[in-house]
Design a protein around this ligand. Structure first.
Ligand code: ZN
Length: 329
């Protein structure tokens, strides 16, 4: 049975259960938080996160993929403290999140640079997957990169190719943050395929921010899974628009390539307090898919079996297929 690494160690993929494929636990600019948000380091941050995750488990959701990588404030000491305090499986990620330049430490360090060396990001990502992250022994189970409005800048391309190489070396599947308006998912697919990635091992994140069925079909026809993953961010699109897009894609036969999530966090320095976050985005919490989205999908004609495919089978296949392909290489 293939296994996937989680905060509490390896887990049989058969035990993944219902999976939210694109979430965060703690989301921040770590330098800012260190300097201006000492409240993050108080015990209550962990306690509140544990309570929110336990509430998720109580409604039958078993696993989240935490896509917090370099650039989004991944803080392993806090995640490690959380490990024993929640029954939700948390799959930790490695990679880097940037829309333009590489993270600053790689500006002069890498192939052809002042300190000329093979791409250090590949070593970092592979180490996170094989040995564990930041001395905790907790291993990453997912890779992540981003391509937003600015498109394929040199920095974005360097990170994306490093993520692809780490995937080829380890078989760890990939999620890409994309900007559907600029159709950057298609660019990501091209670059990843050039590096030898099977596009079935890739989730095109934030595809759910689009209602453009032609674009979504183009991505899906190349084999990737679509992240319908920003439920609760309702200032750009309504929940109903997001639901209708899924219903249409299901009708067109793409149910095996759709996944559900919120892209939310227990604690984020994007807002000055947790209360301010809840006030700005009242539905942006881990329970929104369960409480509101699934009833709306059923209402829109999507069956419970199809919801299970999106919620259970597709995330499981995301990990199993990548592992199987890697084992057979
Ligand atoms: Zn995210």
């Amino acid at each position: 049975m293939p296994r996937v690494e989680t905060l509490r160690g390896p887990l049989d993929t058969s035990a993944l259960g219902r999976v939210l494929i694109h979430e965060h636990v703690f989301l921040m600019d770590m330098e800012y938080t260190y300097n201006y948000r000492q409240d993050f380091f108080e015990d209550q941050t962990i306690a509140q996160a544990a309570a929110k995750l336990q509430a998720l488990k109580a409604v039958g959701i078993d696993t989240i993929i935490d896509l917090t990588v370099l650039g989004l404030g991944r803080h392993m000491p806090s995640l490690a403290k959380l490990a024993t305090r929640t029954d939700v499986n948390i799959i930790v990620s490695t990679g880097a999140y940037t829309f333009d330049d590489v993270p600053a430490p790689f500006s002069f360090y890498g192939p052809g640079l002042l300190h000329d060396a093979p791409e250090p990001m590949v070593d970092h990502f592979v180490k996170d997957i094989v040995e564990g992250i930041a001395g905790t022994g907790i291993k990453a189970g997912e890779l992540k990169c981003a391509i937003d409005e600015p498109g394929l800048t040199p920095g974005v391309e360097r990170v994306m190719r490093a993520v692809a190489r780490a995937h080829v070396m380890t078989g760890t599947p990939i999620t890409v943050h994309t900007a559907p308006k600029q159709e950057t998912g298609l660019i990501a697919q091209r670059v990843l395929a050039e590096e030898g990635v099977n596009l079935e091992d890739v989730i095109i994140g934030h595809s759910g921010d689009s209602t453009d069925i032609d674009y979504l079909m183009k991505l899906a026809d190349k084999g990737s899974i679509l992240g319908m993953d920003r439920f609760g961010i309702n200032f750009t699109m309504t929940m109903q628009e997001r639901v209708n897009t899924i219903a249409e894609m299901v009708k067109r036969g793409y149910v095996k390539q759709l996944t559900l999530s919120h892209d939310c966090a227990c604690w984020s320095d994007f807002f000055p307090t947790v209360d301010a976050y809840n006030k700005a985005l009242p539905q942006h919490n881990y329970l929104h898919v369960h409480n509101d989205v699934i009833p709306a999908l059923l209402e829109a004609g999507v069956t419970q079996a199809q919801i299970d495919t999106m919620f259970i089978d597709n995330p499981r296949r995301h990990f199993e297929a990548a592992a199987r392909r890697f084992a057979n290489k």
